[in-house]
Design a protein around this ligand. Sequence first.
Ligand code: 5RP
Length: 220
Amino acid sequence: MKRLAGEKATEHIENGMILGLGTGSTVEYTLKKLGELVKNGLKIKGIPTSMHTMRIAKDNNIPLTTLEDNPKIDLTIDGADEVDSDLNLIKGGGGALTREKIIAFNSRKVIIVIDETKVVKALGIDFPLPVEVLKYGYQSTKKTLEGFDCEVKLRTIVNEPFITDNTNYILDCDFDRITEPVQLEREINSTLGVVENGLFIDLVDEVIVGSKQGIKTLDK
Ligand code: 5RP
């Protein structure tokens, strides 16, 4: 299902485009397919949203550039952890949410690729909201975030704190459900110590869903 969605998105890529390259296992299928298209003569330049994606892009001989050199992105293809019926998202399962949001914000078009398990009635029921925070004072930031009526855990990997590409921590905030995502996104981002949160509001144009029945497209 991930492969179906990831590969389908490449049909939107045109010669000469500047592309935002998302992060995650679904987008990896996009990157592999894109590598084949480049090998067959497609001319594009990609801006990776993480060090991990940069490595995969290099392995697939995808030409890369930076947001500084190309501040206007034609199309970004990225994954998501949850998608609601307004095409708002939770992202950050891979910890790349801040760069992903900056790239999405600077894109003319954003396509999200997911498998059908990611389509939800309300955000936050099954997936905790990732929040990137400064290491400095993170315990105080954690306490403030608990005030939003959620359970907050420092993300770890093999018993050590997970470190983002921006050298920060991730606090995963487990809500019963997120009822007001627009408001919550703003309020969390005005919390001292928060760098960015994984709520993507009104940033997406189209969602390609790989399902057992084939491909479905959700748009506004
Ligand atoms: C990384 C992300 C990913 O796009 C998200 O976690 C989905 O990943 P996958 O395609 O592996 O399920 O937001 O920060």
